[in-house]
Design a protein around this ligand. Sequence first.
Ligand code: PMP
Length: 448
Amino acid sequence: MLGHNRHVASERLFDRAKSVMPGGTTRFTIQRNPVPIYMSAGEGAWLTDVDGSQYLDFNNNYTTLIHGHAFTPVVEAVERQLHSGTCFANPTEHEIALSEILCSRAPSAERVRYVNTGTEAVMFALKAARAITGRTKVAKLEGAYHGAYDWAEISENSNPDNWGEREPVSVPFAKGTPASVLEEVVVLPFNDIDTTADLLERHAAELACLLIDLVPSRAGLIPLESDYVDAIRDITKRHGILLISDEVLNFRQGYHGVSARFGLQPDLITLGKIIGGGLPIGAVAGSSELMAIFDNSNSDAPLPQGGTFSANPLSMVAGIASMEALDPAAFERLERLGNRIHVSLSEAINQRGLPIAITGLGSLFRVHFKARPPRTNREFWPTPMEANLLRRMARSMLVKGVIMPPMSCSSLSTAMTDSDIDFFLTAFAEFLDEDDDLRCWAQQAAEE
Ligand code: PMP
């Protein structure tokens, strides 16, 4: 049974959940339609919910499951490891094997340290930058998401009422963020070379690092422009500011990762999601010289970093299985399916003369209810009307049996076939033809 509107079993579970978890969930990203849809199983590109409905999954746990659900090599590797123990206070050979894969692929990675989430990876990369440079400030791009470390969260969801003029204001994400953190984070305007250069140069003596995501998903999934990337690499190098490329989400942009795709040589990279094959993981990587900050062979460990579950063998073996299956042919196929989506969506939109734009790269895409693709996070910012259309789109697609996250990017998996893509495109075309709010909004936009 394909996605439908009745979620009786999910409603029952959500009622139970509300009495034991705040708001009934444990992730603020859980969609309510109007209740969260509880899943019972996933296989390949498809999910089955507790009411027995099936969905083609373009969320893939926010881009993590690059091979889709229950990928056989991962299942088998984890099953084998389960019988030999799930975690030890000692290292295993698996962490060496995964590091060898990562170092052989990402040009900037000579040494790797593992943690359990992308949030931790970013946190340790920022701490490393501070310890290496002896400076404390961090620069980041307005609107970019990098996980839940206070410094990395600043201005991730600022809006026209609080983001200021040309030079972005540091806006807290979480209530209770200390003012001292706001003062330590320099927020840079996306794809604006002049203002970015001014700000970086003004704060250079205090800046430990610049944290970027080359295709920031929550800032519109807009690739950073190559002039901008060149400019920030040049300025950071001149001033001894470490450039950290957060590849937690975008390492999937090619066999050698996203920095290599952009011709960028960052100082440190952060990894997560796909490198754990669907189990929790995070990693910091960089040159042997910079990563020596984590080396505690001598008693004066410059930057202590540990974690009860860091490099746990389950995540390591799942990561190895996931990465080994991601050979150049797998990336080529993902790229082809991604291009097909980009081209076919644009055709469907243009045929109907609708002011809708698509952004993204490779196997990731995002829909914008805007006449032109946004160039910056400020152009991307969805008005309340546009946000309403995004939610309507996600709901309409869900009823047709497709899961698309409304407020972040959609992602493909190697489990998807051309007929899955056909299924998606048919559902999307139906949404474009059926939605009354969309029609009214498009008419209004045409008259303006
Ligand atoms: N950095 C980026 C670019 C991310 O997309 C994410 C997660 N979506 C994170 C960091 C945080 O990763 P995690 O959810 O594993 O903590």
